[in-house]
Design a protein around this ligand. Structure first.
Ligand code: A2P
Length: 288
């Protein structure tokens, strides 16, 4: 379990990834995202996550560039992730999409590239072949040193299992929706048992879960906010939270989760919170 903001966890290929990250989904392209990324780096975040589908890679890259220049941080101290969107699955398109993302980000190498959503049987008869062929491109980018690690996102355990059977390189990360009221226990457990680090997107349930009464009660007991409770709950599960905010005070506040501990009964109570916000996407059903 990480003890401070820049503590790292080790991926199965030996690469060290900061165990607490900054999310940029729903962070609008332009100055808002540039400033948010800079504020995050200034606050001590070292793991920055984006995706082609967020349409803000250029702004994330600009925020990183300015932060490196202004705060004396080295590029190598940052861990930058992006994701391949669904309409670029398959070897050839994935290769092209990677180059486009790199151009947008304006960086020489990427730390982590993820398949954003699995191709699934509901929409693709040849779903397994599609994922396998996309992954071939990822493996090549990894072997060529263009990316330090490769992973998946929104993969349920049976998607991960199929990919592991078809792959040469086991994914290093699976980024899934995970927050109180929507803990994807089965997927996370499968990944952790197979040495795949789990990251949580929407760890605050897109902000909706923050008014939940159980979280409020536990927050009051610890003198913390409900956002802190969500993030700490994930840290204690060895899941890497990626909270998003475009407000500097929240960006800073969300890091203040290393000065208290949730008890086993707090953890169990949060585990039992029913759905109370967030997307609750089912990757097997979501149109992709
Ligand atoms: P904003 O960007 O306006 O600060 P998630 O990471 O689960 O998707 O949640 C992101 C949402 O939660 C965003 O709407 C963000 O709003 C809001 N948010 C982030 N941090 C906090 C916080 N500490 N308190 C309240 N809302 C927050």
């Amino acid at each position: 379990m990480i003890q401070k903001l820049d503590d790292t966890c080790t991926l199965h290929n030996g690469v060290r990834m900061p165990g607490f990250g900054f999310g940029t989904w729903q962070s609008a392209a332009g100055d808002i995202t540039v400033s948010a990324v800079k504020a995050a780096v200034k606050a001590g975040y070292r793991n920055i996550d984006t995706a082609a589908a967020y349409h803000n890679e250029k702004s994330v890259g600009e925020g990183v560039r300015q932060a490196v220049e202004e705060y004396g941080i080295k590029r190598e101290e940052l861990f930058i992730s992006t994701k391949l969107w669904n309409d670029h699955r398959g070897y050839d398109l994935a290769m092209k999409a990677f180059e486009f993302s790199m151009k947008e980000l304006g960086i020489e190498y990427l730390d982590l590239y993820m398949i954003h959503w699995p191709a699934v049987s509901k929409w693709h008869e040849d779903w397994r072949e599609i994922n396998r062929s996309t992954w071939k491109a990822f493996e090549e980018l990894y072997r060529d040193g263009r990316v330090k690690a490769i992973g998946v996102s929104n993969f349920l355990s049976h998607h991960v299992q199929a990919l592991m059977e078809d792959a040469d390189v086991v994914p290093m990360v699976n980024q899934i929706e995970y927050h109180p009221g929507f803990g994807q226990v089965e997927s996370a457990g499968f990944c952790q048992a197979n040495g795949i680090i789990v990251q949580a997107w929407s760890p605050l349930g897109t902000g909706d879960v923050l008014k939940n009464h159980v979280l409020e009660k536990i927050a009051a007991k610890h003198g913390k906010t409900t956002a802190h409770i969500c993030l700490r709950w994930l840290i204690q599960k060895d899941i890497v939270p990626l909270p998003k905010s475009v407000h500097e005070e929240r960006i800073i506040s969300n890091t203040q989760v290393f000065d208290f501990e949730l008890s086993a009964s707090d953890m169990a109570e949060i585990d039992a919170v029913p759905y109370c916000g967030g997307m609750r996407f089912d990757p097997d059903a979501a149109r992709s």
